[in-house]
Design a protein around this ligand. Structure first.
Ligand SMILES: Cc1cc2nc3c(=O)[nH]c(=O)nc-3n(C[C@H](O)[C@H](O)[C@H](O)COP(=O)(O)OP(=O)(O)OC[C@H]3O[C@@H](n4cnc5c(N)ncnc54)[C@H](O)[C@@H]3O)c2cc1C
Ligand code: FES
Ligand code: FES
Length: 1341
């Protein structure tokens, strides 16, 4: 690296200068590997900006970047992902983080206030990122539309809320009163004062809303902080600098001229040009690439051109995708039809990554990377764009992007010393058609499965003179189907040519099951389908377009997106006990404002402690093998590495763990049974050293066989956990079967699902004398303390675990937290130093398990009316390599297989498959969503068999009050039938079903479907000892109350609800009550916060504690009946009355007897019904949920805002499970879905376009706190209504295609499965051409 200095001018700038939240930051030797996220969090301790993935895919790290644009004389603001932003690229720019726009102590920014008060922040981990995306939008545009909000938030994921409240909160920025206010531009109020339309038009219905927009602070752009004057004044100085930053790990160079850049490139051909860093950054972080010399070409004038020339447009290499987008918008407006290619680019850009990525990424970066699934390269190839490159050897050169340009996997025809200056993209002729299409797993922010670009020139009205049919996602490079393209020349644009063409395409685009990316059938079908779409598009645009009938027109376009709307119907509790009583009121999550300002602290937000060390886990690279040798010598030799821990540091006994059965090892000692097994942990002085050291640990394995991955493998090898199957029986199944003439057999398969909590597993442990304090992101702190104490051989009272809040859990942090936290605890205790560990997203996904995939086989009989008479269910669950809590999960599944239907004779067998996958674990619903699916499939199978509407079969089988379940529990307060009737009415089900039928008869390529699904969810841990909860109340002399409970806050609003309960019980305002954290030294031996039960258990415990306090205060209150709370507390203190009390609750004993299958297993049931309507694109398999109506019985809600938030959040999470989320593993058991890039959870644009939630009125629950019900898990299954609506739509498509309407669809109903189920002439053409190989690229769980 020393040689490079000779090429750096003397007037170089070596100090990095930028501003953060208005303050100047100077960094003398910044390292090119430092990201802005790391710098903000670890150097500036601005922890509001979060780490969610590190790969630009979640938006948790969004900040605003501001730059003065001299030529436009304005400041441009862009939202960017701090995790991919090299700190070195910030010279002369200003960064604004969530802390910089408002705070709870001073002034909240309206964006922060509205997301919080509209209930758009649950766990809050995504909130700062979402706030910053919205804030940047407001800073950039004076007038916004809904689509601007949707575009701005494309790159932000939220796993809790279901997005609806976020949308609603932000939509207030486009309300007429708001926009009017903004235009008046007053500082504190509208010029019209009380006559302001905002005050006049207060929605009369506001009281019936979950929040009051009229209370929001108006948005006033003039109050925003100003751009640092120093940057504006010295803009020229900052821009014209030759930058040379030299860090420990490399250098960052920003030349001023093309010649300077070219010389460095010639002398150091391996140096890396970096533009947006969205490819390079990912390579460095996840592919262990190292680039010692990085060059930013951002200030080179030739690379910043953006102009229209005679033949087309020229785009400089330093132009970002969003700047390109803006430019194209103008060109399209000005050039009209000539701009067809630019229109295609714009359409593609809308679906290209998220807004934050498009704000920094460049077109040239995309082309040079040459990813086979690039979105833009097929367009460049189809239009034969021309690249202009420069090198010192020969100056300027022009390269045409033709079939020779993409030379191989991620290789283009550009030499290492060549610099791309710009690209020229042509206009089209009047007789030319150009179109591009993209299909991905998820519509927004997803890389493509297949991308296509078609370019056709006509010699006359119908004769093709030239064609280019180009594809991405079909080979290791972007390809042109040359044979098919050439064959087109001279052909007429008609069905005969189409037929030939499809045949040629199917032959030319070869793919088999071993192709990376999998889905060979689907990808080939897409190539043909997209071409067919183009074929129809051209027809519909030709002069004589009568050739395309109206039914076919539906194939021309993708599904159009509508602006979302919603309603929430609930009852405010009028039973107030005192003036402060807010039980039943939609009060805001008590941490929401702090979450929105970035003040809320999560585990890794705790500032670094003195002498803190960092721990990284080394996971197995084999899924079933003997460990022959572990060599850590290289890792230990790395300066800064402090220790390595492995099985040899623990006795055999202490190396064991497991919640129910101790079948796991903390560190694998001799064999590994999945790639999630931990070989050891390396501890170093910093995270970067620990991560480097981790890669230096070498392990030699001896592979063992057989490797068992799938349920089918397990069945084949009889690989079950001991004691399975577990069986329950009721009645006499065989007898009924032998008499029945209606017998149906079938199966349903449910895939897996990753929790994708936004905050990955994190832990910090500190030893203080003999005590160990652990701060971590666990749903079960008591278990963490217990295991840590056991492993360390110390009493439990020496280990205190604290959890203030966690960034989502959904069951994933119930037991698997031990994987990281226990090694961190061991290291801290043994090294006597604070030790921190945070799993990277890819580590988290590979090591902490998923929702259990399942296969459920059934045999059912029914009478001629469709009433189920008997059923056998064989349920197989893939548990992975360890038991974890899978045994409880199977039990829960067994008890939910009936869903809402009365099955008088039944046998259920639950098998627990032991495989070489990471141990699967709890996930919202805990086995029930998989099991209930079986009941729903059965209902529809019966309907088909006896030729009756499924609604009739459902209704006839629905449980009624007084019925007994298959585990013989009487349904005493069963409201399922009420929910059913109400949902049908609210959703106008029958009318809409008719309209849908009509729509389907008129549209060949778009089909709609509508479906109803009910749910019944049993509330209980199903184990007595877990059904307990503790609370502690401490009251201080000033009257303030500190409440502690045994449950943790993970966004579900538990702390808020508990404060509401205490507020009612103590008769005081909620602001006097505080819950700081869950700590095992406040409430011991608590149960995991899980099973939707925490409000029930801890609510009762809080009531108990309050009762004790009230009893003690009673005499004081009698003495001074008109006194205030503070006066009573003060009097109590001076009277020496104890002002602390514990509360405890133990739920009534479960009376269920497994032997006799009788008694009560659940405390009560939560019921609900949903109706969903979808539209399906039969050519691509894409779909959109048009509308969902939910009616849910949650008793008398403690807090309707929180409860509706849970319903919507669960629904959208379930929607991901049933339609989109797919875990891919290799045949060798390697998890391939490792982050938001490869694993897709729903985004904002995926939620139902109309989303209505109604809480059933007049259904108090006598068995829980203040007549409420548990709500966390029960609504998840209702999203299966989308799955069945999709199935209905597919059926219509199949009938149109003349194929059997009977088909099977498994969970999830992905675009690939939907398209292949919409069988037609295209899929039939493709099917025989796909070779199936023994070793496919992937297995879908
Ligand atoms: C979250 C996320 C989502 C994404 N989604 C999509 C998507 O939907 N579709 C898609 O196609 N891609 C997607 N990508 C990939 C990536 O964003 C694009 O490839 C992007 O266009 C790369 O541009 P960049 O400026 O960031 O490139 P960089 O990472 O800066 O550079 C990429 C490559 O180009 C080279 N390069 C850059 N400029 C020059 C130049 N002037 N001369 C020579 N070489 C040069 C670099 O040396 C490097 O090899 C995604 C990436 C992320 C992180
Ligand atoms: S952490 Fe940056 S996008 Fe996820
Ligand atoms: S609130 Fe959005 S991820 Fe939790």
């Amino acid at each position: 690296m020393e040689e490079i200095e000779a090429f750096i001018p003397e007037d170089r700038v070596t100090n990095l200068v930028f501003f953060v939240n208005g303050k100047k930051v100077m960094e003398p030797s910044p390292d090119p590997s430092w990201t802005l996220l790391w710098y903000l969090r670890k150097r500036l301790l601005l922890t509001g900006t979060k780490y969610g993935c590190g790969e630009g895919g979640c938006g948790a790290c969004t900040v605003m970047l501001s730059q003065y644009r001299k030529h436009e004389d304005r400041v441009k603001h862009t939202a960017v992902n701090a995790c991919l932003m090299p700190i070195c690229a910030l010279h002369g720019q200003a960064v604004t983080t969530v802390e910089g726009i408002g705070s709870t102590a001073e002034r909240l920014h309206p964006v922060q206030e509205r997301i919080a008060k509209a209930h758009g922040s649950q766990c809050g981990f995504c909130t700062p990122g979402i706030v910053m995306s919205m804030y940047t939008l407001l800073r950039n545009k004076t007038s916004i539309k809904y689509e601007d909000i949707e575009t701005a938030l494309q790159g932000n994921l939220c796993r809790c809320t279901g997005y609806r409240p976020i949308i609603e909160g932000f939509k207030t920025f486009i309300e007429p009163w708001e926009t009017k206010y903004q235009s008046v531009d007053q500082v504190s109020s509208c010029g019209l004062g009380k006559d302001c339309c905002r005050n006049k038009n207060i929605d009369l219905q506001e009281d019936a809303k979950l929040y009051k927009p009229s209370e929001f602070i108006p948005y006033c752009p003039s109050q925003e902080p100003i751009f640092p004057p120093e940057l504006r004044l010295n803009d020229e100085f900052y821009r014209s600098a030759f930058i040379y930053f030299r860090g420990n790990d490399g250098v960052w160079i920003r030349p001023r001229t093309l010649e300077e850049l070219a010389i460095i490139k010639q002398k150091f051909p391996h140096s890396k040009i970096v533009m947006g860093n969205t490819e390079v950054g990912v390579e460095v972080k996840f592919k262990n690439k190292y680039y010692p010399i990085m060059i930013s070409p951002s200030m080179i004038p030739e690379l910043s051109v953006l102009k229209v020339v005679d033949s087309g447009i020229v785009i400089g290499a330093a132009i970002t995708l969003n700047d390109l987008n803006d430019f194209l918008e103008i060109v399209i407006r000005e050039q009209g039809k000539k701009a067809a290619i630019f229109e295609s680019i714009r359409e593609m850009l809308h679906y290209f990554a998220g807004n934050q990525v498009r704000n920094v990424a460049s077109l040239i970066g995309n082309i040079v990377t040459a990813s086979p699934i690039s979105d833009l390269n097929p367009i460049m190839l189809a239009c034969e764009a021309i690249i202009c490159v420069y090198s010192t050897t020969y100056g300027i050169k022009y390269i045409r992007i033709d079939s020779t340009f993409f030379k191989g996997y991620r290789k283009v025809n550009i030499a290492e010393d060549e610099i791309v200056i710009a690209i020229e993209i042509p206009f089209v002729d009047s007789c030319q058609y150009f179109k591009s299409y993209k299909q991905s797993r998820r519509r927004d922010d997803d890389i493509s499965i297949v991308t296509a670009a078609f370019n056709i020139k006509f010699a006359d009205d119908f004769t093709v003179s030239q064609a280019q049919l180009c594809y991405g996602g079909m080979a290791s490079t972007t390809v042109c189907a040359t044979k098919a393209s050439h064959a087109f020349t001279g052909c007429k644009w008609n069905d005969k040519t189409l037929k030939v063409l499809l045949k040629l395409l199917v032959e030319e685009l070869e793919l088999d099951d071993s192709a990376p990316g999998g889905m060979a059938n689907y990808r080939k079908s897409l190539c043909l389908s997209l071409f067919y779409r183009f074929y129809m598009y051209v027809f519909s645009n030709m002069k004589n377009n009568g050739l395309l009938n109206t039914k076919q027109q539906s194939g021309v376009f993708q599904i159009h997106s509508e602006d979302p709307k919603s309603s929430q119907c609930f009852e405010i509790n009028s039973n107030v006990i005192h003036k402060h009583d807010n039980i039943g009121k939609p009060i805001v999550h008590r941490s929401a404002l702090k979450q929105a300002t970035g003040e809320a602290i999560y585990c890794d937000d705790i500032p670094p402690l003195n002498e803190e060390l960092y721990l990284c886990l080394i996971k197995s690279s084999e899924c079933f093998a003997r460990i022959k040798m572990i060599d850590v010598s290289k890792a230990l030799a790395l300066p800064g590495v402090v220790a390595f821990f492995s099985a040899s540091d623990l006795s055999k006994e202490r190396n064991k763990m497991g919640t129910i059965v101790k079948d796991e090892q903390i560190f694998a000692s001799d064999t590994v049974s999945s790639q999630a097994c931990v070989i050891g942990a390396v501890v170093a002085k910093s995270e970067s050293i620990a991560r480097k050291a981790k890669n230096l640990v070498s392990v030699i394995y001896e592979k063992l066989r057989p490797v068992v991955i799938t349920i089918e493998d397990a069945i084949k090898h009889k690989s079950y956990f001991t004691g399975y199957p577990k069986t329950i029986r009721k009645g006499n199944v065989e007898k009924i079967f032998s008499r029945s003439r209606n017998i149906i057999e079938g199966y349903i398969r449910n895939g897996s699902q990753e929790h994708f909590y936004l905050e990955t597993m994190s832990a910090l442990a500190v030893r203080k004398e003999d005590d160990l304090e652990i701060i971590c992101s666990s749903q079960n702190p008591a278990e963490i303390s217990r295991v840590a104490a056991e492993v360390l051989g110390i009493p439990n009272h020496n280990v205190v675990t604290r959890v203030k809040r966690i960034g989502g859990g959904f069951g994933g942090k119930e037991t698997r937290g031990v994987v990281l936290t226990i090694p961190v605890a061991i290291a801290a205790y043994k090294l006597k130093k604070p030790v921190r560990g945070v799993l990277d997203r890819d580590e988290d996904m590979q090591m902490t398990g998923f929702r259990h995939p399942s296969l459920i086989k059934y045999k059912v009989s029914c009478d001629d009316d469709g009433k189920i008479t008997a059923a056998i269910f064989d349920m197989y669950f893939n548990a992975g390599n360890f038991m974890d809590i899978s045994c409880s999960l199977v039990y829960k599944a067994i008890m939910h297989v009936d869903n809402c239907y009365n099955i008088p004779n039944i046998e259920v067998n639950g098998y627990l498959c032991k495989t070489n996958l990471p141990s699967n674990t709890a996930f919202r619903g805990f086995g029930a969503p998989q099991a209930m699916m079986a009941a729903e499939v059965v209902i529809r199978d019966i309907a088909e068999k006896i030729n009756k509407p499924y609604e009739d079969v459902m209704e006839i089988n629905l449980y009624r009050v007084g019925d007994f379940t298959h585990f013989n529990q009487e349904l005493t307060h069963c409201t399922i039938y009420r929910c059913w009737k109400e949902c049908i009415e609210i959703s106008k089900y029958w009318q809409r079903k008719k309209i849908i039928k009509e729509f389907n008869s008129q549209n060949r390529w778009k089909k709609k479907g509508i479906s109803l699904v009910p749910t019944k969810f049993g509330i209980s841990f199903q184990t007595d000892f877990l059904m307990q909860g503790g609370a502690l109340i401490l009251i201080y002399i000033d009257g303030s109350v500190l409440l502690s409970i045994g449950g943790i806050e993970m966004g579900q609003g538990l702390f808020t609800k508990m404060m509401q309960v205490a507020s009612r019980c103590l008769g005081i305002d909620i602001t006097k009550i505080h819950i700081s954290e869950m700590a095992t030294d406040k409430v011991p031996n608590s149960t995991s916060t899980a099973a939707s039960l925490s409000s029930d258990l801890y609510g009762m415990a809080v009531i108990d504690a309050c009762r004790k306090i009230n009893e003690r205060l009673e005499p004081i209150k009698i003495k001074n009946p008109t006194g205030t709370w503070e006066e009573w507390i003060s009097a109590a203190y001076f009277d020496r009355v104890s002002l602390s009390a514990t509360g405890f609750y133990s739920a009534p004993k479960i009376e269920y007897n497994e032997e006799t299958n009788s008694g009560n297993l659940f405390e009560y049931f939560t019921f609900g019904v949903a109706c969903s309507e979808v539209i399906v694109d039969c050519l691509t398999g894409d779909h959109q949920v048009v509308r969902t109506d939910i009616v849910m019985d949650i008793g008398e809600s403690l807090n309707p805002a929180i409860d509706i938030g849970q319903i919507e959040g669960a629904f959208v999470q379930g929607y991901g499970f049933y339609t989109m989320e797919e875990i891919l593993v290799s045949p060798e058991g390697e998890v391939l879905s490792r982050g938001p890039g490869t694993y897709k959870i729903p985004t904002l644009s995926d939620i139902p376009k109309e989303f209505n939630v109604t809480l059933l009125k007049g259904a108090p629950n006598p068995r829980a706190v203040f007549s409420s019900k548990a709500v966390g898990e029960p609504p998840l299954f209702l999203s299966a209504s989308v799955f069945f609506a999709i199935k209905e739509a597919i059926k219509y498509a199949r009938v149109d295609a003349g194929v059997s309407p009977e088909f099977s669809l498994i969970v999830p109903a992905t675009c690939a499965r939907i398209r292949m189920a919409c069988e037609d002439f295209i899929t039939q053409e493709v099917e025989p051409t796909v070779r199936h190989v023994d070793q496919p690229w992937n297995i879908i769980l």
